[in-house]
Ligand binder design. Structure first.
Ligand SMILES: Nc1nc2c(ncn2[C@@H]2O[C@H](COP(=O)(O)OP(=O)(O)OP(=O)(O)O)[C@@H](O)[C@H]2O)c(=O)[nH]1
Ligand SMILES: [Mg+2]
Length: 360
């Protein structure tokens, strides 16, 4: 049912298109510093606002009036820790594990307030989400909401002038500065990739990403080799770039594996690429993936263009399975092999065609 509901309506006529040719990656040593390795999409950080300075106990001495009254000023306020959007930034890899804003200084005599601590401003990319340690989203920064005061500095304490009263002409009380707030946040960056590879674990998503782009994602003959999303970029002859995200594998039971942890990245992707391992039961995989996405957020399937890769076509049983799968789903499927480099260019042309038609 699900297959028909979503895939008939959005069937993409790939046909023969005149999309610009893709440049398949020629890997060099330099590529070990690829975008995928340096793309960090989550970090944990402890933030602490500066403490407020203590109020001062001081008495004014004037000529002819030794006790001209208390003049101890208030302590300065502690600085806040503020996260601020920096438009060009693409990753969280410069985020440190601890940030502490400056403390306020002690009050001064002559009623002067102590110097307030500087706010600490940390730059983060558009799309950074802040979660508390129990996983709740506390803040999300984007083009509209560009700043988040993550830990407020403590207020400065009152100096002894504050305690002057008819009953107490020589107050020696002062208030200590208030402590700055302290929190631990999980920062997460929504992937801003044009397309995402979605599939069971071990179907060859990372192998495809590596074959199609300059990325060097880890590959392994076991499930959940990939634990965090990676991004690679395809470049076409007209210099257009399309970024592809390799997401960790998804299991049919969302309470297992990494569950829905990374599925929210799909909200920002323009194109969904289903990777189906043709050497296993492909129809079941496809049903499971569409069902899982449907449960997570049915609008993803409804709104976004989809491409299906029938992967590991080099495998013996794959050709028969490919024919069977083709009959079952309404979308054209691209048979591919990352290992044997089968249909890499063909796929990238289709990707470009879909991108030009639906992705802008
Ligand atoms: N036959 C065949 N095997 C492949 C091909 N591409 C990758 N594999 C193998 O499939 C296995 C899984 O590859 P990965 O690229 O790590 O798969 P993945 O989907 O990223 O796996 P997870 O990160 O665990 O979700 C490895 O043993 C690869 O060698 C292919 O084109 N043909
Ligand atoms: Mg992987």
């Amino acid at each position: 049912m699900i297959l028909k509901r979503y895939f008939r309506s959005s069937a993409i006529a790939y046909g023969k298109t005149l999309s610009p040719d893709p440049k398949l990656p020629k890997k060099t040593k330099k590529d070990t510093l690829s975008i995928s390795q340096f793309f960090i999409d989550h970090k944990t950080t402890r933030v602490k606002g500066g403490n407020g300075g203590d109020g001062l106990v001081s008495f004014m001495h004037l000529k002819g009036n030794e006790f001209a009254g208390p003049d101890g000023g208030d302590g300065g306020n502690g600085g806040h820790v503020i996260f601020k959007i920096e438009p060009g930034l693409k990753s969280l890899n410069k985020i440190q594990s601890i940030y502490e804003a400056e403390n306020g200084e002690e009050g001064r005599s002559f009623h002067m307030k102590g110097k307030s601590g500087q706010h600490l401003v940390i730059k983060v990319p558009v799309g950074t989400i802040f979660r508390s340690d129990n996983g709740h989203i506390i803040e999300e920064l984007n083009e509209k909401k560009t700043m988040f005061v993550s830990a407020r500095g403590g207020a400065g304490g009152k100096g002894n002038h504050y305690y002057l009263s008819n009953d107490n002409k020589r107050p020696t009380q002062f208030e200590s500065g208030h402590k700055g707030e302290q929190f631990v946040y999980d920062l997460e960056l929504k992937l801003i990739a044009d397309a995402a590879l979605i599939g069971y674990p071990n179907v060859g998503k990372s192998s495809l990403l590596n074959a199609l782009t300059r990325a060097r994602a880890k590959i392994g003959d076991y499930s959940f080799t990939t634990l965090h999303p990676h991004v690679g970029v395809v470049e076409y002859e007209d210099f257009k770039q399309i970024s592809i995200a390799d997401l960790p594998g998804i299991l049919p039971d969302l309470t297992r594996g990494l569950g829905t942890k990374y599925l929210h990245h799909l909200e920002k992707c323009k194109i969904l690429i289903f990777v189906i391992d043709l050497s296993l039961n492909p129809e079941q995989q496809f049903k499971d993936m569409t069902r899982v996405l449907d449960i997570f957020d049915s609008s993803l399937l409804q709104k976004k263009p989809k491409i299906v890769i029938g992967h590991k076509i080099d495998n013996q049983v794959s050709k028969d399975n490919f024919a069977l799968l083709k009959e079952k789903i309404q979308l054209p499927i691209v048979p591919m092999s990352a290992q044997k480099k089968i249909n890499l260019s063909k796929f990238l042309k289709i990707l470009r065609h879909v991108y030009d038609k639906y992705g802008n």
